[in-house]
Design a protein around this ligand. Sequence first.
Ligand SMILES: Cc1ncc(COP(=O)(O)O)c(C=O)c1O
Length: 390
Amino acid sequence: MRKVTWEDLVNRVVALSDPIPAGATLDTIETPAAIVDLPVMASNLLRTAGYCRENGFDYRPHTKTHKAAGIGAAQLMAGAHGLTVATLREAEVMATVSDDLLLAYPQVGTAKLSRLVELAGKVRKITVALDSPEALESVIQAGLGSQHSIGVVIELDAGMGRVGVQTPAEAVALARTAAGAPNVRYEGVLFYPGHIREAGWEQDGRLAALQQRIDQFLEALNIAGLRPKVVSGGSTPTLWRSHQIHGMTELRPGTTVFNDRTTAEIGVCRWEECAYSVLATVVSVAVAGQAVIDAGSKALSKEELRAGGGGYGALLDRRNVVLKSLSEEHGILDLGGTEWRPRVGDRVRVVPNHVCVSVNLQELIWGAEGDKLACWWSVTARTRSRSPIP
Ligand SMILES: Cc1ncc(COP(=O)(O)O)c(C=O)c1O
């Protein structure tokens, strides 16, 4: 089979998406606007899929980063085995392009469980992560009246301290119940190393601790005769070191489809590998030493740079120019360290600190090749309810 190139991927993505309005270019669209550089996104996808293939991992990207069915379809074209979601809305949207979904979030409450059961009837395979007897019992009860089975992975706390069972004994108990329940498939375990956010070359100690913890869980499950078929892990900061963590069968990176300022600052991607930016217009230069753009916290989000350092985003083509403060609709560019003096009406592209939350603020994302707009995607999964709201 011929290898998929980034050009193939871009062509297929553009062919599958809705046509863009006549005459729309980066210069003519209204700002602020979310822009994805198609060749950069396609290369990011192929690089990640290739790394997974070469190292024997299933690639199951987390779609919370883009929340758009068309981009989920691009990930599958690039070689993904299925998609990961965090919300039922994401699951319902991604079910239109993938028949194998992992809902990496415990589903609690009857309203959510009935949506989950409905989804199980729509896709070939759906698996949910959970960490409590209560959540497992709800899935078992919900599955009883259904013709379709629901997969379960037991979430382990691998050091993040957010969710996940704390001890191997708890993991064994949940796995045993799941394995013996009707209409539930015990698939294995899941963990998220979200506490490891330093530069790749500074991760040695934390990766060693992570390995030790996972080994304890896997050993207990093996001894109990509950060997996990799936060991789902992975994140963007640890992505390129995943082959050094033993035992995982699949990776769920999310951010890497676009990358962002944080990912670049910790050296996990190059600046040129940032595919997403918010196009903005300079609306005021009245105050000396700064320029104001029409992208504020309602376009970029007000996340601190998790890598340390200041500002709320940096310019794609002038990385040293950062947004020193944000109001809802105003972004204040700090011109203190640059000779560059923009004029009112000039356009800039801002790489946000954390891309996932910026995407969640957009109705649509434009796909661009250079300055030419080639396609657009609706960020359909950014809401929570079904549409229309029941
Ligand atoms: C459970 C889970 N898996 C995977 C991811 C993807 O992480 P990243 O965006 O660092 O690749 C996340 C991110 O929030 C997550 O919560």
